[in-house]
Design a protein around this ligand. Sequence first.
Ligand code: SF4
Ligand code: SF4
Length: 349
Amino acid sequence: MAPTSLTKRQSTLALASEQLRVLESTDSIPIFDQVLASHGMGELVASGIDVLQINVGKVCNQTCSHCHVDAGPDRRESMSEDIATECLRVLKLAEIPTLDITGGAPELNPQFRQLVSEASSMGKRVIDRCNLTILLAPKFEDLPEFLAANRVEIVASLPCYLEENVDKQRGNDVFRRSIEALQRLNRLGYGQPGSTLPLSLVYNPVGFSLPPSQEDLEADYRRELRNRYGIEFTQLFTITNMPISRFLDDLLKSGRYLEYMDKLLNAFNPSTLDGVMCRTMLSVDWQGNLFDCDFNQMLGLNLQDVPSHIRDLDASNLHDYRRRRISTGRHCLGCTAGHGSSCQGSLQK
Ligand code: SF4
Ligand code: SF4
């Protein structure tokens, strides 16, 4: 590892711990367990493991302003073959039906194709959280066909159907390249009405607001993308900007952190709690460390009660992982505000 990479990784760890400290010391906002208790609810507990979500690393071809992973082209953190093999072992052992691969741009990880092909041959549902532009990158020209051949579901970020808004959040020319990638996926059958190749789009607010109704926005996306570019997609997921990583940094720098946390707290919706993704998910980082969700992973908020590395999960303790208590924090208010938010979009359809 080059010294510059080490420095970047160390600064990321320092940032995560500083952000966790900020969240944990925000006395004017009650802690998440207090919010639950004020609605007569106990602490969050897992109800099983339906999804193994693997974050294969922080390497990405983009540098989006809201990125909760702090990913980019200069990152070097990337899952090894050894850890990828452990992930496949656990997928099989625990009979987890879904493998959800995220990053960074997960396709840039050298283990990506092995993970996809082996999980697919086990009969698992495989999801690729794709940034779209990677599908046009040199040396990745065959990626769309590879994904289609393995029946991989694509979940792709497109925070708006307007070029200006997308480029503002995701970088210059990202919108144009995203549209080109979507058209290519459509030609392979992805997202077409009645197709068995799902193509879901992800919206997150450009500013400090909460997402609007998923159904209403999906209708707008469908109309605009179809009329302007002839693009079809399966469904739209609306996701709340979580107060962590680059977005938390922006909130702190702009002096709007407490305002945003207050907004999340005031919009707390107890009926979202059954569906928060940590209750049915196990999240793995590029080094094999386990977390309740990708957000806890970014904050370095560890599992409770059970060993925290994927190598330690075996048949003897699997039950403990399925029924573990969830580690929560004030950032959890992002999942429970309004219609709720998860990797599968709104929690209230
Ligand atoms: S494409 Fe995704 S992982 Fe990459 S910088 Fe943007 S938000 Fe982060
Ligand atoms: S951030 Fe959301 S998914 Fe993660 S532990 Fe909190 S409620 Fe669960």
